[in-house]
Structure formats: structure tokens, C-alpha cells
Design a binder for this molecule. Structure first.
Ligand code: ACO
Length: 162
């Protein structure tokens, strides 16, 4: 099992994984238009942290780092159906936090969580209270009716992965 982070960089292996991830999102997030998923996963300002097992993608998180604002917006998060509830979602989030802090220099994440995923995000340290000053994120992330805005502060020192 490995965790990798790539954006649309034209490398064959990365593209195969990004397309696999796009297909997992399309299946696991049926309310999201498929064209919208493809557009963001393939957009070069988005990055995807992916869980790879035996060279196949089994899940991932696509996010957009706003480096100047020091926060990231999680656009999509999913694990393929037959691999859910095995702890991959938690390990994935820990890899995302470590990467976002150490590579992008981010301090917070924001996401519009689906109602049925609020429990998962709470377990990952997200809250419904937004502490981040509004002028740091307003106008950067798009308003979205279908979910609840949640925030996570990334610990500046904690080792999230071994
Ligand atoms: N509601 C409440 N708790 C949950 C949920 C949920 N939907 N999913 C997992 N959990 C809990 C688990 O029981 C576990 O709790 P524990 O630590 O007390 O045992 C903990 O969260 C972590 O479980 P993992 O096994 O690490 O999570 P998993 O690998 O299943 O990944 C995920 C979680 C990504 C939500 C997965 O279930 C999934 O793909 N669901 C369908 C798609 C989805 O809803 N994605 C989020 C949409 S919102 C967005 O994309 C911005």
C-alpha cells in the first residue's frame, strides 16, 4: 500500500491513477456531475492524494491548495466501495494533512461535506465551526448548497504519518 500526491502532470502512470480516481468519485459521489469531477481532477491547480494498492488506485482526495491564503479546499474524497471502513480513509486524510503542511505550507482545510460524510470528517478533526477569518477564504471557495461547510486546523508539528 502506498500514498502518492500528483496533479495532471502528463506522466502516464499518474494519469492512469487520476482517471481511476475520477471513476471512483463518479461512482461514490452520484450527486456530482461527472463533467465537473473530470474537470477538477484534471485541473492543474488541483492535486490528488491517492491510495495505491498493487498498482491500482483504491481511493483519494482531490484538493486545491490556496498557497497565499494558507488553506486548502477539499473538493472530493472517496474510497472505492469494497475497500471502505478498513481505515484507508483515515490514513488518506493523515497523508493529505502532512503533505499540505510540509509541501504546500497550509494551516487549514475547508470542505463542503455531504450530510452522510459529516461523521467521517468529524473523526478526522473537522468542525462545523469555522475559525478561519472570512477574508482569508471568502471569494476563494465556491458556495455549494448540497453540503455543510467544515474546517480542519492542521497541527503545525504533529507527525501525521510514520
Ligand atoms: N459516517 C460516519 N462515520 C464514518 C463514515 C460515514 N459516512 N465513513 C466512515 N466513518 C467512520 C468509520 O466508522 C471510522 O470510525 P472509527 O475510527 O471509529 O472506526 C472512521 O470514520 C474512519 O473510517 P475509515 O475506514 O478510515 O473510512 P473509509 O476508508 O471508509 O473512508 C469515506 C471514509 C471516504 C467517507 C468512504 O466511506 C467513502 O468513500 N464514502 C462514500 C463517498 C463519500 O461520502 N465521500 C465524502 C463526500 S464529501 C466530499 O467529498 C467533500
Amino acid at each position: 500500500l502506498k500514498f502518492v500526491c500528483y496533479s495532471n502532470d502528463g506522466v502516464d502512470e499518474h494519469m492512469v491513477w487520476l482517471i481511476g480516481l475520477k471513476n471512483i468519485f463518479a461512482r461514490q459521489l452520484p450527486n456530482m456531475p461527472k463533467e465537473y469531477i473530470v474537470r477538477l481532477v484534471m485541473d492543474r491547480s488541483h492535486k490528488s492524494v491517492m491510495v495505491i494498492r498493487r498498482n491500482h488506485v483504491v481511493g483519494g482526495i482531490t484538493y486545491r491548495p490556496y498557497v497565499s491564503q494558507k488553506f486548502g479546499e477539499i473538493a472530493f474524497c472517496a474510497i472505492t466501495a469494497d475497500e471502505q471502513v478498513k481505515g484507508y480513509g483515515t490514513r488518506l486524510m493523515n497523508h493529505l494533512k502532512q503533505h499540505a503542511r510540509d509541501v504546500d505550507g497550509l494551516t487549514h482545510f475547508l470542505t463542503y461535506a455531504d450530510n452522510n460524510a459529516v461523521g467521517y470528517f468529524i473523526k478526522q478533526g473537522f468542525t462545523k465551526e469555522i475559525h478561519l477569518e472570512k477574508d482569508r477564504w471568502q471569494g476563494y471557495i465556491k458556495d455549494y448548497d448540497g453540503g455543510i461547510l467544515m474546517e480542519c486546523k492542521i497541527d503545525p508539528k504533529l507527525p501525521y504519518i510514520d
